[in-house]
Design a protein around this ligand. Structure first.
Ligand code: ASP
Length: 715
């Protein structure tokens, strides 16, 4: 006979996935309701209304989205913004050339007039946030399929946005939270004239390079400084020499008091993406398929790129930013894999799912009881398509020529008579081409073609590969190197000069040339087949998954009414709080929470690019010339804390109990890289540059006193 347990007993026995101390990326506007007590208990010394308020100026007004994927903090009333060096990297690279290599040597604007405009860079303020769940979901009902649901939500959101920003220069967006169970509207103000004010040389800003990335102990001065410019009315404007430094509403006070173990800290910023509530099946997919595949493809890409970068300085500058981006995620996937294996995340989730189903059954919630088996089969169905998508995106489209060529498909599909549309799209292509060739080297890409296409071909299910590639494979007898030689010799798309000659010709000629271009032909065949066999079929499966995950999220909340839930990161404003803390990475090893300049000198290796110490820094070290930034007889550089952060939090202000700036967040420790999926309070630590190191570099190393003079500093 089946042993039926009473519901109350079940409720007590239930294995609830605990929310650990320090875990969470909290919504700033709900701090009052959900977190104030805990924050005070942990040491917060200011009212949460000072952190976020709808009605008065608060710290929120000094936290910005920097570019498209980082955070920055306003540190002066004249629009000075502090962020990471790796966040400013793309902009610094764009301003660099072999003769003016600001990546290698750094850049300091000694006068305001030396500040360099960064084309395309933006800084975004959050003006207001409000919950719009009820209005957005009005008109949505259970009978709707996901597409109808999305459409209703989108049109409601558009109406709300239009109403909200009417007669203003603001922008706005609506984002789903808790997997689409709640919605919030964000009004933003976007500044478009952003100028580089200061950046240390890579030997400081990227000290330790890839070797130290995602690692502790760390000695990177990962910061850079930009300034927001506005028009004469203090409003956002595109670049103009007449623009003036933006007069900010709020800027952070900087504390030089420093940190000690156990101190309360917060990180205020825009965490990009986490997946804390996904079921075990999703973890299995990541652990067994996605991360291993992505890692092995990037092994190939990075090796080719790094070899190429050693050949010449021109190539090195061209590929610096791409290489950095590729290796950053690559290393994180590796650490994440180790982390979820060690924590047995999938196993823990399976236990939770069993209890969840028992709870749903006992509570008579039929729909919930069927959720985990529904999720299981949905993940099984989508798995081969997601794996194929990884190989397509990472390997096939990792060949720059092919992704560039695929970008021409839109132009090729415009009807011959529609000259206006043809002209417009051709202009777009010209812009994209300029960006593409600026950082392109066909020799490197030809090697990529040979190796990556072979990886793609060997690892993708036969029917998911375009028949055209099968025929090429046959024609070349599996020799991808020979195929690459022919494609690169014949394609017009890998030479900027040839392409320029081509697009000055009549449209008909451009069309016929591209139609028979080997790179275009291959890219378009791959892309069309991918769309038909992978992308479209996975869309409907993904919709089903979204629906199941939305219900699963709601059900998890219902099952644990006493638990404080925070929504997964979605690049919206959040507060994480924790303590300054070291950790114990493995048996017998204890990491201290802080590093100093001594460690930079210890790591110095003049033969290794990643560990070169600039002569000036050594001199300051020898003379112990640390000014007011010293502690004992040395200088603090970085520290760890238990704040829950992720990508996007790069550049975030790290604050003390009084809301004063003590550092800039830039990374997490290797043993904690699985925190996007599973937060382990014992080992998950964020890493910040100590603000005293940042100020020391600006003042003593760069001698850029004018930037120090505009800050608000308390000692
Ligand atoms: N260094 C990381 C990044 O750039 C920041 C983090 O994920 O903690 O993605």
């Amino acid at each position: 006979m089946r042993n039926v347990k009473p519901a109350w007993l079940l409720a007590m026995l239930i294995y609830v996935l605990p929310l650990r101390a320090d875990e969470g990326m909290w919504l700033p506007f709900l701090l009052k309701q959900l977190n104030e007590q805990a924050m005070i208990k942990n040491g917060l010394k200011i009212p949460v209304a000072d952190i976020y308020s709808d009605s008065q100026i608060s710290l929120k007004d000094a936290v910005v989205i920097f570019g498209g994927g980082c955070t920055g903090e306003v540190i002066s009333s004249n629009g000075l913004v502090l962020t990471n060096h790796h966040c400013g990297y793309g902009a610094i690279q764009a301003l660099s050339s072999v003769g003016k290599d600001y990546l290698t040597h750094g850049y300091w604007a000694m006068n305001q007039s030396d500040e360099l405009p960064c084309s395309g860079l933006t800084v975004t303020f959050i003006v207001s946030i409000e919950e719009v769940t009820l209005s957005v979901l009005e008109g949505v009902n259970e009978a709707m399929n996901e597409q109808e649901r999305d459409k209703t939500i989108r049109s409601k959101s558009d109406l709300l946005i239009a109403e909200k920003i009417k007669n203003s220069h603001y922008s706005a967006f609506v984002r789903p939270f808790f997997n689409g169970n709640r919605y919030f509207l964000f009004v933003t103000e976007v500044f478009k004239d952003i100028r580089l004010a200061g950046a240390p040389p890579s030997s400081i800003g990227n000290f330790g390079g890839d070797t130290d990335n995602w690692m502790w102990p760390r000695h990177t001065g990962d910061f850079s400084l930009f300034r927001i410019y506005a028009n004469k009315d203090n409003r956002p404007a595109t670049y103009s020499p007449d623009n003036v430094p933006y007069k900010t509403r709020k800027h952070f006070t900087i504390s030089l008091k420093g940190v000690k173990e156990g101190d309360f800290t917060m990180v205020y910023g825009f965490p990009g993406r986490t997946q804390q509530y996904i079921p075990s099946f999703a973890i299995d997919l990541i652990e067994q398929h996605q991360n291993p595949a992505r890692i092995s493809i990037r092994d190939v890409r990075l090796e080719i790129m790094e070899q190429g970068m050693k050949i010449s300085d021109t190539v090195r500058i061209k590929y610096a930013s791409k290489q950095k981006g590729l290796s950053n995620a690559y290393k994180k996937w590796k650490g994440e894999l180790l982390g979820i294996r060690r924590l047995q995340t999938a196993e823990q989730k399976r236990k939770f799912e069993n209890n969840f189903t028992e709870w749903a059954n006992a509570a008579g919630k039929k729909e919930y009881a069927a959720l985990t088996s529904g999720l299981k089969s949905a993940y099984e169905n989508i798995q081969p398509l997601l794996i194929a998508a990884d190989y397509y995106n990472e390997a096939a489209m990792g060949i720059e020529l092919l992704s560039f060529a695929a970008g021409w498909m839109k132009w090729m599909e415009i009807p011959a008579g529609d000259t206006a549309a043809l002209r417009k799209e051709l202009d777009n292509r010209k812009n994209t081409s300029a960006d593409f060739f600026k950082n392109y080297d066909a020799r490197i890409d030809q090697r990529m073609f040979t190796d990556l296409l072979s990886v793609y071909y060997r690892n993708t299910r036969f029917d998911l590969i375009a028949p055209y590639l099968h025929s090429l494979h046959k024609k070349y007898d599996g020799n991808f190197s020979k195929m690459a030689t022919d494609v690169f010799r014949k394609s017009v798309l890998c030479s900027e000069a040839n392409l320029h000659t081509l697009w000055s010709k009549p449209y008909k000629k451009i069309h016929s040339t591209l139609a028979s271009d080997p790179a275009f032909k291959l890219a378009s065949e791959l892309a069309s087949h991918f769309k038909e066999k992978v992308q479209l079929p996975s869309m409907s499966l993904q919709e089903k998954l979204n629906m199941l995950n939305r219900k699963y999220m709601a059900a998890q909340i219902e099952m644990q009414p006493d638990k404080n839930f925070y929504p997964d990161a979605n690049f919206t404003l959040r507060v994480a709080y924790g303590k300054v803390q070291g950790y114990n990475p493995r048996d017998g090893v204890q990491y201290h929470y802080m590093t100093t300049l001594d460690g930079i000198i210890e790591k110095e290796d003049p033969k290794n690019d990643e560990f070169i110490v600039p002569a000036k820094l050594k001199q300051l070290y020898q003379q112990k010339d640390f000014g007011r930034y010293a502690i004992s007889s040395t200088l603090p550089v970085a520290f760890t804390a238990s704040n829950h952060t992720t990508g996007g939090n790069s550049g975030s202000p790290v604050l003390n109990a009084y809301g004063q700036l003590i550092g800039t967040n830039f990374d997490r420790v290797w043993e904690g890289t699985m925190s996007d999926l599973h937060f382990d309070p014992e080992r998950c630590r964020n890493i910040s540059v100590d603000i005293r190191y940042t100020l020391f570099i600006i003042e003593k190393f760069a001698g850029c006193r004018r930037l120090i003079d505009e800050l608000t500093i308390t000692e």
